[in-house]
Design a protein around this ligand. Structure first.
Ligand code: DX5
Ligand code: ZN
Length: 222
């Protein structure tokens, strides 16, 4: 599967969001990663529907919406209406995960499930065949710019193995601390979608960094 780059707008300049989205439009990025935080599931609040709608107005690439919120079922329709192409919910807050996943699909969106660093990959065995994507958190969710957790490589190997057996077309997304130094190793471990916040937006040339992230993996594969 082709690998995809999803810059996270959490690290963008919110006072110049249109400018930063237009940069993503012109770049080699594939998706726009949109982090929703509620101050309950994670100790931070990001933004809500009006901002997602405004982002969608300018974005020419699919919105990959990462819901770090409790009771996501209450808001799925709102996020679809705001422009989400895919929605990822956290395993840790979904007691009826199968129902939630079906609901996302019925809304016409790609369905993903995210795992916190402490949540074992094996818990997805009975749902993985129903998913479009698994998101492996490589930092504790809530903030951009945190240090990458090394144990993530093992989790990627495990989820890739499960995906090869049960859902070969699965998107395996890694989120947190991804940069030009670790992206090749992450791809080798099994990831095929890479979220990048600070490594892109803190760079002197964000577009060139996105191109590097994209090309480093392609070059390593050829
Ligand atoms: C963290 C978010 C990430 C974040 C990644 O809770 O889910 O998407 O924006 O930011 P970086 O790449 O800076 O770690
Ligand atoms: Zn995220």
């Amino acid at each position: 599967m082709n690998h995809l780059i999803a810059p996270s707008i959490l690290a963008a300049d919110f006072a110049n969001l249109q400018r930063d989205i237009e940069m993503i439009n012109r770049s080699e990025a594939d998706w726009v990663h949109v982090d929703i935080m509620d101050g309950v599931f994670v100790p931070n609040i990001s933004f809500g529907f009006p901002v997602v709608k405004a982002v969608n107005k300018h974005a020419k690439k699919p919105l990959d919406v990462h819901l770090m919120i409790v009771e996501p079922d209450r808001y799925l329709e709102n996020f679809r209406d705001a422009g989400a192409a895919g929605m990822t919910v956290h395993y840790e807050v979904c007691p009826n995960l199968h129902r939630t996943v079906q609901h996302i699909k019925e809304l016409g969106c790609k369905a993903g499930v995210a795992l916190n660093p402490h949540t074992p990959v094996a818990l997805l065995e009975d749902i993985i065949a129903d998913l479009d994507m698994v998101l492996i958190m490589s930092v504790n969710p809530g903030f951009g710019g945190q240090r990458f957790i090394e144990h993530t490589y093992k989790k990627l190997y495990d989820i890739k193995k499960l995906s090869d057996e049960l859902n070969p077309g699965l998107f395996i997304e890694v989120d947190g601390g991804v940069d030009e130094k670790n992206i090749v190793k992450l791809a080798e471990a099994g990831a095929n979608v890479f979220v990048a916040g600070n490594s892109v937006f803190s760079a002197t040339d964000p577009m060139a960094t996105i191109a590097d992230l994209k090309n480093f993996v392609s070059a390593a594969r050829s």
